[in-house]
Design a protein around this ligand. Structure first.
Ligand SMILES: [Zn+2]
Length: 335
């Protein structure tokens, strides 16, 4: 309840000396100032009728907006502006989602065109028992790329990464993975390179349920690159220019590349060398043997002894025989 004497006191205070007019003016100015501040703080592309939201505005799509996987992506992308969304179906139960900001719509065109075939290429080696409806995001800035891939441990120089957004239980099929492209990936590797990169990252995504952190990188990266490069119209020296140069100079590898080599100045050589080891294994022992070897070695960190045991069990060969065969195969590539 309001005290009647206080109400009449307020009325007489307002009516004397034009205080009512003053208060109305003050309230109007405050409201207008508030409206101006609110307009200034609104996202750049949001229209005045669009309610404030913590999710990025979707500009173009009639499909995919209701997909529950899109909501967390929109929330994370909200600070970076509106987005375009496309969907791709390749026969899997769900649709793949492709997301980018308008500045990267051409990247989206390339990825949309390539995704269905890339999923088939990965399935041709690994089988179809994986999440063939990925979420693919093109970051618009390095900061956005870093924000989206933090959990994957990607660095600012990576051209793409698979990012696991939720908790992950080894042995289970993760559904909350996404592939994130660096904003200048296409400029750096071209359209064909972007498709290769897509197959590489899709392979990491497909094999995730069978892969434990700490497994030897020559196997993890070599296999992803083998699947990415398989059956393409590319030559050995196009796929592995650094390795080719060294082979032509007479330097044959003495061992499989070790994990630290993948992050140092010699990273390009490490990827190429790992690719060539897997390409040799597939050529000599067959794709099934290569895939079985992956499944065995990707279970976690390996010692030379456990790796040797895997070579014997899966390939029926000693490490020495594998290395000798690989070197002979490499010599044949540059002959
Ligand atoms: Zn990789």
């Amino acid at each position: 309840m309001t005290d009647p004497s206080a109400r009449s006191g307020l009325r007489s205070w307002l009516s004397s000396n034009g205080r009512l007019e003053f208060c109305i003016t003050l309230v109007s100015v405050t409201l207008l100032t508030g409206a101006c501040v609110a307009l200034t703080l609104m996202p750049r592309n949001a229209g005045p009728l669009q309610p404030a939201t913590d999710e990025a505005e979707v500009l173009n799509t009639s499909a995919g907006v209701d997909d529950p996987r899109l909501s967390p992506v929109r929330r994370e992308l909200q600070p970076y502006g509106p987005i375009l969304v496309r969907t791709v179906t390749d026969g899997a139960a769900a649709e793949a989602l492709l997301v980018a900001h308008p500045s990267h719509s051409t990247d989206l065109d390339v990825l949309e065109q390539q995704l269905g075939r890339a999923i088939s290429d990965v399935s041709a080696v690994w089988g179809t028992d994986w999440n063939r409806a990925p979420v693919v995001v093109v970051a618009s800035t390095p900061a956005e790329f870093t924000a989206l891939t933090r959990s994957a441990g990607a660095t600012g120089t990576d051209v793409a990464a698979v990012s696991l957004t939720g908790s992950y239980t080894p042995g289970t099929q993760p559904s909350d993975q996404r592939i994130v492209f660096n904003p200048d990936a296409r400029r750096r590797v071209g359209d064909a390179g972007l498709a290769t990169l897509l197959r590489h990252e899709l392979t990491h995504l497909a094999t995730r349920a069978d892969t434990t952190d700490g497994a030897p990188l020559w196997m993890l990266e070599g296999f992803a690159e083998y699947v990415a490069q398989r059956d393409q119209r590319t030559t050995f020296s196009q796929i592995a220019p650094t390795l080719t140069t060294r082979l032509r100079a007479g330097a044959l590898p003495t061992a499989l590349v070790s994990d630290p080599d993948f992050t140092g100045v010699d990273a390009a050589y490490a990827y190429e060398s790992a690719w060539s080891a897997c390409a040799f294994l597939a050529d000599r022992y067959g794709i099934t043997a290569l895939t079985t070897l992956y499944q065995r070695l990707a279970t976690g960190p390996q010692s030379p002894a456990t790796e040797d045991a895997a070579f014997t069990a899966v390939l029926g060969a000693t490490r020495g025989e594998v290395l000798d065969g690989w070197r002979a195969w490499l010599r044949g590539r540059i002959a």
